[in-house]
Design a protein around this ligand. Structure first.
Ligand code: C2E
Ligand code: CA
Ligand code: CA
Length: 642
């Protein structure tokens, strides 16, 4: 008959069984640590079983020969040591991002185990049984405690290693697990009759199960595949292996729009179809690696797999999933060649998502050129941070010719990044979009206006022939609440009237020019600011917007002007361009707005534009954008003589 003593083991066994069933039910990642977790489950089950068997043998010495009694006890002690050993290995895998053990490390970690096993084989065991409680004691017990302590010390060394990769969460689950174990062992040492070691193991496993091995954390139930978390874990593990490693990613650029337009349900359906196509063609496990990306790993020579990717590419070009038009591309990243750490992969994939334009599905191999582009972008990124923190921007001014008054009566202020070092000249066309993406544009916009106001004050420009300066306002700035107060505060600081500032706006499809925009414009207008519609003739700036917002000036983009003056043999194209430009000019004039022509480079352009009644001319023909001092000199030289 069993004694009372196995109630803890039974409880522990039930908990263990529940964990095992739940673990088997869910899909799980093939990580090194998961393998050790499974071994841990196994050794703990064996340990609990042996624990119960030993209780039986001690209480039934009349039936069980002493030899077997001792053997079972030795096996039980050994199972405790093995359970500790695998627990240590499990934590070691987590702490080192699944990196396999080096020979020396493996040897060191096996020493406590080996020494303990030898002692267990030779040492004495004594037994106690009073009919209710039964346990064993003797010199073997301290061996187990010492061995347990050694592994505990090794675990603490792992989690306190600053160079390791242990996340705070992993660290706390390990600490909780260890506290449970220490408590259980301490209780057991004081009250040897309570056989708690098995329960201790199971509670520790439970702690890991909830924090690390809970497969729901790795699974995206909507996309029906592993998620970003799992992708990172697998990436780290694959990276630590010494094999070739490619991350192939299927990016759907417009997935957020698909969700918005077709609805969530259809969006998810389409995503699942994409994932299935990806898995079908490649035969690999697919990970939902970011909102827009599905990724797989190749650990063999990619050349053999290209055919599969081409087949996938063809299918994506051909098919619509759930009647939804998706805009995809496939990228191939040779992780070994182009990254120094697996943590760079995300950044590269993000960069590629931004960089790839166009609607057709293509396969893009990441190459030196793209890496260089990314390095340049990262440097500009850092430069922007520095420029914002310090005094890293300056403004240059491009004079604008007034064709009626025949002199320069305004200018456009254009921002420049100072001290670009090895990068050479970095155009605002390059850094402004990046600043917008990084959320720095409002600060940069403020700085630009401040520099203009400061210059206007210093050079005493207000009241001079210069009637106003045109300052570019990013679309993002244009829609922030309380823009009026923000801009007013800046010009007030220098005593510059709002009428001296004309704000140039390029409306874009990416920003919602809704009620806040209209409110900003009307309150800024009430303060005295005037407005230009920038880049007329490109993309989104169109006639419908003119009706909604009152602009003072329209800036004709160079792409509308230049084709008229191109000396192609094909005269017909030129004629079309000419008609287009002439009608645009007369249309804008017919609604009573003034026109600035941009990109005026030749006398021929000047003559044509003036003849057609264009009010203002801006371009290299007159001057490139120049620093403030030169600008003032330019005005002196040109306004006084002409
Ligand atoms: P944009 O507002 O259309 O500015 C006109 C651009 O055309 C300027 O380029 C100017 O140097 C260039 N340009 C002027 N005349 C000619 C010409 O005759 N021929 C040619 N080929 N180009 C000419 P820049 O300074 O490189 O600025 C590029 C863009 O960066 C600007 O286009 C504007 O969108 C943005 N940007 C510049 N400064 C600022 C700023 O302070 N704030 C914001 N938000 N954006 C700015
Ligand atoms: Ca502009
Ligand atoms: Ca422009």
């Amino acid at each position: 008959m069993f004694t009372l003593n196995i109630r803890f083991q039974i409880a522990a066994m039930l908990v263990l069984l529940t964990i095992v069933i739940d673990y088997i039910k869910n899909p799980h990642l093939k990580l090194n640590s998961s393998r050790y977790f499974r071994i841990m489950l196994g050794t703990t089950a064996v340990n609990l079983t042996l624990d119960m068997i030993t209780v039986y043998t001690v209480t039934h010495l009349d039936r069980v020969p002493m030899f077997w009694n001792r053997v079972f006890h030795q096996l039980f002690y050994a199972s405790v040591i093995f359970a500790l050993f695998f627990e240590y290995l499990y934590i070691r895998m987590l702490a080192n991002n699944q990196k396999r053990l080096e020979k020396k490390e493996a040897l060191l970690s096996v020493i406590p185990l080996a020494v303990s096993v030898i002692i267990i084989l030779r040492g004495d065991v004594y037994y106690y049984s009073d009919g209710v409680y039964a346990y064993s004691y003797g010199p073997l017990l301290p061996v187990i405690y010492i061995c347990g302590l050694l592994y505990l010390i090794m675990v603490f060394k792992l989690i306190s290693n600053k160079h390791g990769y242990v996340t705070p969460r992993q660290r706390s689950s390990v600490v909780i697990g260890c506290i449970i174990w220490i408590t259980v062992l301490a209780v057991q040492a004081i009250f040897p009759r309570f056989l708690l070691s098995g329960l201790g193991f199971v509670l520790m496993i439970l702690a890991f199960y909830f924090s690390e091995e809970n497969q729901k954390e790795n699974f995206d139930s909507e996309a029906e595949c592993f998620n970003r978390n799992a992708f990172h874990k697998m990436l780290a593990e694959n990276y630590a292996r010494k094999k070739p490693l490619y991350v192939v990613t299927l990016t759907c650029r417009n997935i957020d729009r698909v969700f918005k337009i077709a609805g969530r349900e259809k969006g998810i359906q389409a995503l699942v179809c994409l994932k299935e196509a990806f898995a079908r063609h490649t035969g690999k496990e697919v990970y939902h690696s970011s909102d827009k990306c599905l990724s797989i790993f190749f650990q063999e020579d990619i050349r053999q797999e290209i055919e599969k990717l081409h087949e996938l590419e063809l299918e994506l070009k051909r098919e619509e999933y759930s009647d939804v038009q998706m805009n995809c591309f496939i990228s191939v990243l040779d992780v070994r060649k182009y990254t120094a750490s697996w943590t760079e992969v995300d950044d590269l994939l993000d960069f590629l998502t931004d960089r790839m334009q166009g609607n057709e599905c293509k396969i893009c191999f990441l190459n030196e050129e793209i890496i260089k582009e990314k390095q340049r972008r990262d440097k500009i990124d850092a430069l922007l941070d520095e420029a914002i923190a310090g005094d890293g921007f300056e403004m240059v001014y491009q004079p604008i010719y007034n064709s009626k008054e025949k002199k320069f009566t305004s200018a456009e202020a254009l921002i420049r990044l100072k001290n670009c070092g090895e990068l050479g000249f970095v155009s605002p066309e390059e850094f402004i979009p990046l600043a917008e993406e990084k959320g720095l544009i409002n600060e940069i916009g403020d700085r630009a206006l401040e520099l203009v106001a400061q210059m206007a004050k210093e050079k005493n420009l207000v009241g001079s022939p210069i009637k106003y300066i045109e300052v570019n306002l990013s679309a993002i700035q244009a829609v922030i609440p309380h823009l009026d107060k923000r801009l007013e505060r800046i010009i007030d600081r220098y005593g510059i009237p709002a009428s001296f500032i004309n704000l140039e706006i390029t409306e874009t499809a990416t920003v919602n020019f809704g009620a806040t925009f209209e409110k900003n414009i009307s309150s800024l207008r009430a303060l005295g600011f005037s407005f230009s519609m920038d880049d007329f003739g490109t993309g989104y700036s169109n006639i419908a917007q003119m009706n909604r917002i009152k602009y003072d000036l329209v800036k004709l983009d160079k792409s509308l002007i230049w084709p008229v003056f191109e000396t192609e043999e094909d005269g017909i194209e030129n004629e079309k361009a000419e008609q287009l430009l002439a009608s645009a000019i007369s249309l804008i004039k017919s609604i009573g707005m003034k026109i600035v022509a941009e990109g005026v480079e030749t006398e021929e352009m000047v003559n044509y534009l003036v003849e057609h009644g264009v009010d203002y001319l801006q371009g290299y023909y007159y001057s490139r954008p120049i620093p403030a001092d030169q600008f003032i000199q330019f005005l002196k030289d040109r306004n006084d003589t002409k």
